[in-house]
Design a protein around this ligand. Sequence first.
Ligand code: NAD
Length: 500
Amino acid sequence: MNHPAPFPVRERITSFIDGQWLAPGGKALSIVDPASERQVATLYGADEAQTSAAVEAAHRSFAKRTWVDMGTASKQAVFRRIVDLTRSRLDELAWLECLNTGIPYHYMRERQLPRILRNFSFFADSMSQGVEKAATQDGEYLRFVVREPVGVAALISPWNAPLALASTKIAAALAFGNSCVVKCAEQTPLAVARFMDILAEAGVPPGVVNLVNGLGEVTGRALVRHPLVKAISFTGGTQTGRSIAADAAPLLKRVDLELGGKSANIVAASAPFEDALDGALTSIFTNNGQQCFAGSRILVHRSIAGRFIESFVARARRIRVGHPHDAATEVGPLANAAHYGRVLSYVTLARREGSQLLTGGERPTDHPVGYYLQPTALLARSNRDRVCQEEIFGPVVAFEVFDDFDEAIAIANDSSFGLVSYLWSNDLSECLRAVTKIEAGTVLVNTPMSLDLRLPFAGYKESGLGQEGMEGFRRLYTQEKTAAVALRRPAMARLGAGPA
Ligand code: NAD
């Protein structure tokens, strides 16, 4: 096996508040390597008081305006140092993230974590580009808009791309002048904790970025409900999103919810066959199948279904399942024991529902330890089956066969989710019809996932509320204030100025 050299692991992870790591204490949670099932670190969960201390530190830094008034050029310099330091520590961050998530190293090192560099570079560039509105035409008033940061933002993220997702939120919140409290998933704190050191070293002032972690019901909830938190950026499951929206409602907080998906991947009769095959395999098995935009329902036209499914299954069987640090590995273990059990329960459910198991569904025999699952493909009976309606979030895909393109669109839309949809087709009218008719926040034609921070990434239906991307970030992290300055005395009633 070809493994990169190991890096030191912070064995006791606590909260990072006002530039300081707290001493260990409170509820201890095991941090487990999903490949060995062994504990590699302990997380000391933040209780309500600690979470409140983190929010107050963020609030103090915001009130002192240490970050917001630093000046754009200085903030840009900090962002560029974050990029440089992260680039120089990419091997370490990737190694830690793999140890904790089970995601293959080469994917983490080459694809997922370079998103941090893109995020901070993008916002370093865009930070100086904002121009606001002014209304100058009427000669009576000069009216203009002042854009201000909202204050303290809570940034809550899941375990499937811990640092890549958290870094997007941190870069965006800071770029618009806010302070923040980060709450990443309690199962995967290792790389995010290390990133806090990088932010401090790069010159982010104490209190501007704070980290708390612990159970969602305890730490996450305390954070969402804290009155000094003004905006919440959440990426995670739909059920959690509902609960956060409810907890945020009494104080009318700004909320952005990036939630689950059950994306359809339509392979039309005219599809470029090999591209569609590569795209379908990538869309479901990358990141060990644990991605919100996984193409987890493959809808294939009957005229090519036999050949396509056969080729897909042959390739799926040859996917190298292995240790996440092994350079040859294409699919690693699932992220944690509870999730592994949940994904396996869907294989059992699929059998019960009458799906045909085409391949996989078992632990690979050469991996008796670790949360490993063979890449799995099913032929579903109907799109109404639970395996076609519920997010499995693992290397499990369901095939469905269609006869007519409009039927494929109807099947794609027959879902409570609407995050992403893929289409493989060489027919222009089909491509455009898919773009206009599919109910999803992103429609990808002849390509796997491709993100662009300038444009919205958001879910339709139960896949989300709000959006990530430049405009959505601006709406979430800033508020507009309209000023009206009279250029001459305006017409005004003169109350009390009449004869006595
Ligand atoms: P989750 O909802 O269980 O947890 C996400 C985060 O929320 C964790 O940090 C957790 O501790 C916290 N949390 C849980 N309950 C909370 C509460 N009541 N209040 C505040 N915080 C709480 O999700 P998960 O299992 O970690 O992640 C998988 C889900 O994330 C999938 O549904 C996936 O589709 C989704 N996801 C969506 C996107 C997207 O951009 N739309 C991206 C990645 C993952």
